[in-house]
Design a protein around this ligand. Structure first.
Ligand code: PMV
Length: 328
């Protein structure tokens, strides 16, 4: 079995606005998806997943599009995870030119699904890397990020930026603006995450912001202002000014709320973190439910969040310096 892992990520600044070409700043975090791929000669694809905040599942189906799936995949998150693997394997076939081989794919992940920590990007990156290596091809990081981006783009009906997949493939802190994706120097950011146990529907939330932006001038202006905050946030981070970075994260959360993508539980966790003395707190990713990201070098925020009603899990997340890791 060929195995690769890829990290999840948080948005420090700029989600949603990045979809319209504004800059975003993200950090890869040491929570990973590990994907194992074993070629099989009957052309079938079998996906087995554990630890995806679900009870685990197995899906098996044939190589042709008309022959899938042959087990019940009614749970929507399971369906989504399977779609990412399916699309990732199509890229493996495209890169290697091998249309015949089937695959056993095993996913283990400690990144909650659909919660703003980039689980789908990490699965896509690790699956493409392990799948291509299983067939004897090792992709450069840029091509891996591009293929993983196209996987997300296809599954999410064209509603994806390059941010998550580039960050997961590359690791560290990154800045993404349109097609321009690059690593940036950032201090060792003291990240604490709060998770409400839920998930948001990225496609629906992105569509909601798109409609608002078309209907209201304030929403278009808000998207631009989020871009300005991301530029200022990048400057604050590279100057090691965590207080300013935190303040800008607070502004960013307010603007995301105005765009309608926060939720009661995300707002509750944000306020609990601020009350505990966090330098800044905001939702991360598409929103609607899932995770918040906060900056706090002290233990206070993590402790306060773990006692906050509606917060299912609070944890400190170290920066993942490396993106994709080739395990064997
Ligand atoms: O919730 P996530 O991790 O899928 O992040 C979505 C981020 C958006 O900016 C809302 C969409 C995108 O593809 O950039």
């Amino acid at each position: 079995m060929t195995r690769s892992s890829a990290p999840g990520k948080v948005y420090l600044f700029g989600e949603h606005a990045v979809v319209y070409g504004e800059p975003a700043v993200l950090c890869a975090i040491e929570r990973r998806a590990r994907v194992g791929v074993e070629p099989r000669d009957d052309g079938r694809l079998r996906v087995h997943a554990e630890d995806l905040s679900l009870d685990g599942f197995t899906v098996e189906y044939g190589a042709s599009a008309g022959d899938r799936p042959d087990v019940d995949v009614s749970e929507s998150l399971v369906t989504a995870a399977t779609q990412y693997v399916d699309s990732a394997i199509e890229h493996v076939r495209d890169v290697t030119g091998d249309e015949e081989t089937g695959f056993d794919v095993t996913i283990e992940s400690d990144i909650p699904l659909g919660a703003g920590l980039g689980s789908s990007a990490a699965v896509a990156v690790a699956a493409i890397d392990a799948g291509t290596r299983a067939l004897g091809t090792t992709l450069e990081s840029d091509e891996l990020a591009e293929r993983a981006y196209r996987t997300e783009y296809e599954v999410q009906d064209g509603q994806a930026s390059r941010a998550d997949t580039f960050c997961s493939a590359t690791g560290g802190a990154v800045r993404v603006e349109g097609d321009d994706c690059r690593s940036i120097e950032a201090p060792d950011v003291p990240i604490v995450i709060g998770f409400d146990g839920g998930a948001g529907d990225t496609g629906e939330l992105v569509s909601g912001v798109r409609s608002l932006r078309e209907e209201y001038e304030f929403a278009a202006d808000t998207v631009e202002t989020i871009g300005d905050l991301a530029r200022n946030g990048e400057d604050a981070l590279t100057a090691d000014d965590l207080e300013e970075a935190g303040r800008l994260m607070n502004f960013n959360h307010g603007l995301l709320s105005a765009l309608g993508v926060s939720s009661r539980s995300l707002d509750t966790m944000v306020w609990a973190a601020r009350d505990a003395g966090a330098l800044g707190a905001k939702l991360t990713g598409a929103g609607g439910g899932g995770c918040i990201v906060t900056l706090d070098p002290t233990p206070e925020t993590e402790t306060a969040l773990s006692f906050t009603p509606g917060c299912e899990e609070a944890f400190r997340a170290g920066l993942a310096e490396t993106g994709v890791e080739r395990l064997e």
